[in-house]
Ligand binder design. Sequence first.
Ligand code: AMP
Ligand code: MG
Length: 474
Amino acid sequence: MSDFGLRLENHYAQLPDDFYTSMPAEKVGAAPRLIHANPKAAALLDLDPHVFNDPRFVEVVSGHRPLESFSPLAMVYSGHQFGVWAGQLGDGRALLIGQARNAAGELWDIQLKGAGKTPYSRFADGRAVMRSTIREYLCSEAMAALGIPTSRALAIVATGETVMREAPEPGAVLTRLAQSHIRFGHFEHFFHRGQKDQVRVLADHVIAEYFPDMIGEHAAWYGEVVRRTAVMVAQWQAVGFAHGVMNTDNMSILGLTIDYGPYGFLDAYDPQFICNHTDTQGRYSFINQPVIAHWNLRALAMALSDLIPTETLIEKLATFEAHFGGTYHTLMREKLGLTREVEGDNKLIGGLLALMARTRADYTLSFRNLTGEDAAWLALFGEANAEAQGWLSRYRVRTQSENLSGLNRINPKYVLRNWVAETAIRDVEDKNDVATLGRIFKLMQSPFATHDGDDAFAAPPPPNMCDLEVSCSS
Ligand code: AMP
Ligand code: MG
């Protein structure tokens, strides 16, 4: 069947030429090998997972065979990196190889990451390493299962090539999906070049496909981007996720979590947690994420300033705080099972977070273990047993008339801790063994369930894996 039955539309290519470069993939590596593929992501494309066994599938997801009815392209965008205008960036190692319309009417980008150089590669090699590919593959699926808007991952291919980073590493290609990979940086690109018309063309393109209720309503649309971004970051904060590189070129116009690099889930709760070793100033520390999201939305507002009156932009941007605060507050209440608003609730929530921060209690387990034996929860607070006991007693009194039976569907048992991802990576890289990857992948796709025999992967890092460093190098 041609193109595996995908219903492809050359949608992005309807934009003017200066939005992208049409080009085939480089055909990286002589004999690409499929490492893992994701039936849930295939379902988003109405793709039968049996195609994973078709030799043409690995050819397509490695960039060795183009889909017949789509012309691959690399997008151009710009952005602010670490608060500084970086000028032109673009898909330096990503290539859009398809846009598929599913039966529900949704359009999904199919993008390869690591399939070779493009005109936007600048000084870099267009490659991706296995380590970062596995990290993005697992984390995007973990986030989706946690109910957080995100790009998805369809497949990992080993290219067989060796790629140079700090050390030589095995190369890989990730196939990722998102309804769109358009970033704040796309808009900044044309604004900073003085191409006002192109900003409008792009906004209208995005609205027509992804915000069809808002055609012609640029201000309302910007307000919706503010809302989605605020909600997404509130979800990050509630689950304990740090993105690591919130540059404007990594911010999705649809409010999706995209471009997984040196991200980290909190182990021990530290509000100042910096997951990205390269981020020496802590600009993208855990606690800073809402402020940075707001900063990025302001940069987007600037880029839209020829389209929307300044006062309106300011007004819409000002809704960020209410959307963020409201969502975060609701989520934290849900995590503790507090349905009725009672005086003293905020103090109860704040008291727990303060105790967790001071004792460096495990973030995920501090919520998850509330449903188990008291002793298992108290053990998370080490020396501060008396204080923890005090808080727990107040909590038990407060929740006497609450129904806590649903808490295990709100507080995950499994998040993608760095050490867990690293375990999968080492088995693939050192032993050519994909079993652990598959096992962890399953845990991430149902993070609220208890999985017999896999309790170890719900635990904080073992002593020998406490100091893993992740950086921008990928
Ligand atoms: P990131 O911070 O990973 O989102 O990447 C920032 C910019 O650098 C984007 O334009 C990427 O396409 C580009 N880039 C990152 N790594 C590579 C690479 N190995 N080869 C080519 N371009 C890259
Ligand atoms: Mg990026």
